[in-house]
Design a protein around this ligand. Structure first.
Ligand code: SF4
Ligand code: SF4
Length: 149
């Protein structure tokens, strides 16, 4: 592993919750890309529906600078994609223990039901489908300071 856990800079998804209508289109396109089917429960982002006050909050992977998921992985299957700043899971190394999903504070790591391996947001290699699909502009890809500014 050549990078440090503190070095992640680059692209990041942010949400404008006030624009989110809770339609879940973002989750549908994400699950289709990851698993080949439309299932919001198999997306690498969540929408928290707070019906009591009619707020829908997209919960996204933060691509953390000091990520729980990468730190707890016992086989070092998670690394930094230097091109995008995303934390990515190597499916050939992942043993499907689920620790990364358990420790992620955002609860945005999902399990491949066939292989048992963990799957997370990789920012679609820099052009996230969820951002393109959201009809209201509630999701945005930003460049955080540093290497990609
Ligand atoms: S596609 Fe946009 S409006 Fe619909 S749930 Fe996702 S973030 Fe909210
Ligand atoms: S999966 Fe969770 S812990 Fe890992 S980078 Fe994303 S938000 Fe952080």
């Amino acid at each position: 592993m050549t990078q440090t856990l503190q070095s992640a800079k680059g692209l990041r998804l942010i949400a404008h919750f006030d624009l989110c209508t809770g339609c879940e289109i973002c989750q549908l396109v994400c699950s289709e890309r990851l698993f080949g089917g439309f299932n919001p429960r198999l997306a690498a982002l969540r929408i928290e529906h707070r019906r009591e006050n009619l707020v829908h909050e997209p919960i996204l992977c933060e691509q953390c600078h000091n990520p729980f998921c990468q730190n707890v992985c016992p086989v070092q299957a998670i690394s930094l994609d230097e091109d995008t700043g995303a934390r990515v899971i190597d499916p050939d190394t992942c043993i499907g223990c689920g620790l990364c999903a358990s420790y992620c504070p955002r609860q945005v790591i999902v399990q491949d039901r066939e292989s048992g391996k963990s799957v997370k947001c990789d920012l679609c290699n820099g052009d996230p489908l969820c951002v393109r699909a959201c009809p209201t502009g509630a999701l945005e890809l930003i460049v955080q300071g540093g290497d990609h500014a």
